[in-house]
Design a protein around this ligand. Structure first.
Ligand code: PA5
Length: 476
């Protein structure tokens, strides 16, 4: 793809007609005056974000601009390709979901099954984002250690799941390769200074990449966390950042009517608080975007699901994000969305041009129920079904909006990811909560450390030991 000019017509668009009262009525829809009434809040959050960005307190905003890092990753990946065939990510949550989303969106669904030649020399990618012993063992059985490089990704450098996987893989390599060699089979992506993983890098001299401080896991897809695995499997990360850069220009607009991230945030916020829509469903009509919906699910849930406001009041807010896949989930979820409670906003992700076009053959013309399909394409069918779903929801007064990608490319996906990050930060500002922490997750991590007897977590262990035992009456 060429420079920025040639890609400007590939800007993603945000259509929110069907969120508005004009389309679905005042009971469930948003009116322009509701948006106007929020204008002071909108400019307050806009100014806060801009000020924090200027002070360097929200470094995720600046991730589109990393020319040096792009070069470093390109050079390094060239070396990797000549030595290895498998790239294994050990990471969880924000340290894994971005790479998974990028792989699904921007490589063949069967990337790992292709020969190295068919992959044009790019590596296969496995993301071990769970610690199910069966799943992890199955992965180890599949891998040839000589051809495998392992990217351990952890911002904190402490996460029990990732660190356990690292220890297991280290021993696995040491049993199969000589000790000196093992060092070259690990790449560590972590904080520049803090955490045990950083200490291990310093002691043992692994190749490392840095997660900028101030960029939390779920906002880190455009750091080496997502960029390195993406480049290893052949994704054009320069275009990915070019897309994010374009969206940065758009999302700096203070006028909510010109800023899709702000407008989507406002509509979700108003729908939640004023119209009782506590659930936000993301429904891509493309297999490739399925895991973007998964990535977004984490971003939205962990950022906005909070007990306390910034001033310490108990607010317990947070719309619940769900993911669905068009058209598959029309045959699974749509019944609920159309006829169930009026508690959802549906966001469609729509693709104008799929890479392939498949004609449906004209067979069985004598059968009306089959013959009408012949002469059309699968592309027409999926697009007709999306339109039909949109119409049905709208007719039934179900708020829905649509983000359209001209095609699925690094440039459009870069825009999408960046837009959702800005939208999340902005919506957190409207809710007056901190979208960048996750105290609820931390509590669970601490209990797990207590159970496993980690030093310093004795209090948590004691709490667990002192808990009343379970009533056997309730176990049947
Ligand atoms: O978004 C987040 O902050 C979390 O999902 C983290 O990414 C996740 O808990 C893993 O943490 P870490 O990268 O420190 O291992």
């Amino acid at each position: 793809m060429g420079g920025k000019e040639s890609t400007k017509n590939q800007r993603i668009t945000f259509d929110f007609n069907n969120m508005m009262a004009e389309a679905i009525g005042e009971e469930h829809g948003i009116t322009e005056s509701m948006i106007e009434d929020l204008s002071e809040e909108i400019s307050r959050v806009d100014q806060e974000l801009k000020q924090k960005r200027e002070e360097g307190k929200l470094p995720f905003f600046d991730l589109p601009y990393q020319d040096e890092l792009l070069k470093e990753i390109h050079d390094f990946v060239t070396q990797l390709k000549s030595r290895f065939d498998n790239f294994v990510v050990l990471g969880i949550g924000g340290s894994a979901l971005g790479a998974i989303a990028l792989k699904r969106a921007l490589t063949s669904p069967f990337h790992n099954l292709l020969s190295k030649q068919e992959r044009e020399g790019n590596l296969r990618l496995f993301v071990a984002d769970n610690i199910d012993p069966d799943g992890f063992k199955a992965l180890l059985r599949l891998l040839n250690p000589k051809e495998t490089v392992c990217n351990v990704i952890s911002k904190s450098g402490e996460t029990a799941e990732t660190m356990s996987q690292f220890l297991i893989m280290k021993e696995w390599f040491e049993e199969k390769l000589n000790r000196e060699e093992v060092k070259h089979h690990f790449i560590i992506t972590t904080d520049k200074q803090t955490g045990n993983l950083r200490k291990i890098v310093n002691q043992e001299g692994y190749r490392d990449f840095i997660i900028p401080s101030g960029v939390g896991g779920r906002f880190s897809v455009l750091t080496p966390v997502g960029l390195l695995p993406a480049a290893a499997i052949g994704i054009d990360i320069t275009q990915l950042l070019a897309g994010a850069e374009l969206m940065d220009e758009v999302c700096q607009k203070s006028n909510v009517w010109e800023n899709p991230a702000y407008m989507n945030g406002v509509l979700h916020y108003l729908s939640d608080l004023k119209k009782g829509k506590r659930i936000s469903v993301m429904m891509p009509y493309a297999d490739g975007l399925k895991d973007v919906a998964d990535w977004y699910r984490q971003l939205w849930a962990e950022s906005l699901g909070k007990k306390y406001s910034l001033t310490g009041e108990v607010v317990r807010i947070g719309p619940t994000p769900l993911k669905a896949l068009g058209v598959t989930d029309q045959h699974s979820q749509l019944q609920l969305y159309v006829e169930g409670p009026y508690d959802k906003v549906i966001t469609f992700l729509v693709v104008e041009k799929y890479q392939e076009k498949i004609n449906i053959p004209k067979l069985y013309p004598e059968m009306d129920g089959v013959g009408y399909l012949g002469g059309h394409t699968l592309n027409e069918l999926i697009s007709a079904e999306q339109m039909a779903t949109e119409l049905t929801l709208t007719k039934n007064k179900r708020p829905n909006c649509k983000i359209t990608l001209n095609n699925i490319s690094p440039f459009t996906v870069g825009q999408l990811l960046y837009m959702f990050e800005v939208q999340t930060a902005f919506t957190g500002g409207l809710y007056r909560i901190n979208p960048f922490d996750q105290p609820g997750v931390e509590e669970g991590k601490q209990y797990a450390c207590g159970i496993l007897g980690r030093k310093g977590y004795e209090k948590k262990r004691k709490e667990i030991e002192e808990m009343p035992s379970k009533n056997p009456k309730y176990v049947i």
